[in-house]
Ligand binder design. Structure first.
Ligand code: NAD
Ligand code: UDP
Length: 315
């Protein structure tokens, strides 16, 4: 094995902590840079005694220097209520964060992956979404700090690639869920599962007829690592599970699986909430030979089991 120095920004978060574990298990040296804004120190506690793991508590906006071979730039809150809580900082995280990472990658001739998002398609006018679709994004709304920050990061990556031959990878991640999401993260799967297990009302925003496509975390981490180690393919590439469900269907599944007595309650739909989202994953399948294996039912069972034991220990 060719041991690498791997920087994972946002490494204490939901996806980042899976990336830390996979790379440590594979024998690499991992630097996790995280300001713990939405991440959880418990996600990385199991690695703290590993001599191959370094935790740097720092904002990605601030300069950082260490010799690295690969950079996974995952620092950024992903939950809408959390990224909207400090929108200016969210925008700076994407824009100034990627600027720092591009400079670091250039200095050490490292490969840089950006965690982009299905949000670059905004409220899509076509479905499923293909990578060639330019999207339908409100540049001045409450989601724009996230959407436009991520779009800008893609722009900077592509310009550095074209002008300086920077070794880049762009993955557009669709809604991903699974064990070790924060119980109060605010995203729909964790909200519904925790509400159902506690017997609280299930909060449906709007009519509940808006759709999302949910990818189980282990499937997503597989393709992220395969993308990082692929050659002659920079992306952008959609990664996610094309199984599409309405929020009402999701709520009904969670209620049935938990046997909960929770009732569905309807609340205001947040501004600019996309009406549909479904990835076309033909490109990932063609270039990386990947497709997700875990269906929503199986992934929900694992996620419910995780939150059930978490709530028993912490509630
Ligand atoms: P998360 O909130 O669990 O993790 C983000 C991590 O980044 C946290 O540990 C947080 O503390 C850290 N962070 C945030 N701002 C930072 C800053 N300025 N400096 C340093 N660290 C900072 O979210 P996640 O679901 O793990 O998402 C990880 C990445 O993947 C994000 O970039 C997100 O935009 C992207 N993404 C995730 C999804 C998804 O469904 N999970 C979908 C699309 C894109
Ligand atoms: N949602 C909901 N109830 C909740 C949380 C979210 O109905 O308690 C809806 C939200 O309005 C959106 C979808 O679920 O239509 C997915 O929301 P999430 O925040 O998980 O991710 P998004 O895809 O919007 O970034």
């Amino acid at each position: 094995m060719n041991k690498k120095n791997i920087l994972i920004t946002g490494g204490a978060g939901f996806l980042g902590s899976y990336l830390c574990k996979r790379h440590l298990d594979a024998g690499h040296h991992v630097i996790c840079l995280d300001n713990l804004q939405t991440g959880n120190i418990n996600n990385i506690k199991p690695f703290m005694d590993n001599p191959e793991f370094e935790f740097v508590e720092q904002d990605v906006i601030d300069p950082f220097d260490a010799p690295v071979d690969q950079i996974f730039n995952f620092a950024c809150p992903a939950s809408p209520p959390l990224y909207q809580a400090d929108p200016i900082h969210t925008f700076r995280t994407s824009v100034e964060g990627i600027m720092n990472m591009v400079k670091l990658a250039k200095k050490y001739n490292a490969r840089l992956m950006q965690a982009s998002t299905s949000e670059v398609y905004g409220d899509p006018a076509m479905s499923p979404q293909v990578e060639s679709y330019w999207g339908n994004v409100n540049p001045i709304g409450i989601r724009s700090c996230y959407d436009e920050g991520k779009r800008s990061a893609e722009t900077l990556m592509m310009d550095y690639h074209r002008t300086e031959n920077l070794d880049i990878k762009i993955v557009r991640i669709f809604n991903t869920y699974g064990p070790s999401m924060n119980h109060d993260d605010g995203r729909v799967v964790s909200n519904f599962v925790v509400q159902a297990l506690r017997g609280e009302d299930i909060t449906i925003y709007g009519s509940g007829n808006q759709s999302r496509s949910f990818c189980f975390v282990e499937d997503l981490v597989d393709v992220i690592i395969s993308m990082m180690n692929s050659e002659d393919f920079i992306g952008p590439v959609n990664i996610g599970n094309p199984g599409e469900f309405t929020m009402l269907e999701l709520a009904d599944k969670v209620i049935a699986k938990t046997g909960s007595k929770s009732k569905k309650v309807f609340m205001d739909l947040p501004q600019d909430d996309p009406t549909q989202r479904c990835p076309d994953i033909s490109l990932a399948s063609e270039k990386l030979g990947w497709e997700p294996k875990v269906k929503l039912d199986e992934g929900l069972d694992k996620t419910i089991a995780y939150f059930d034991s978490w709530l028993q220990a912490n509630d």
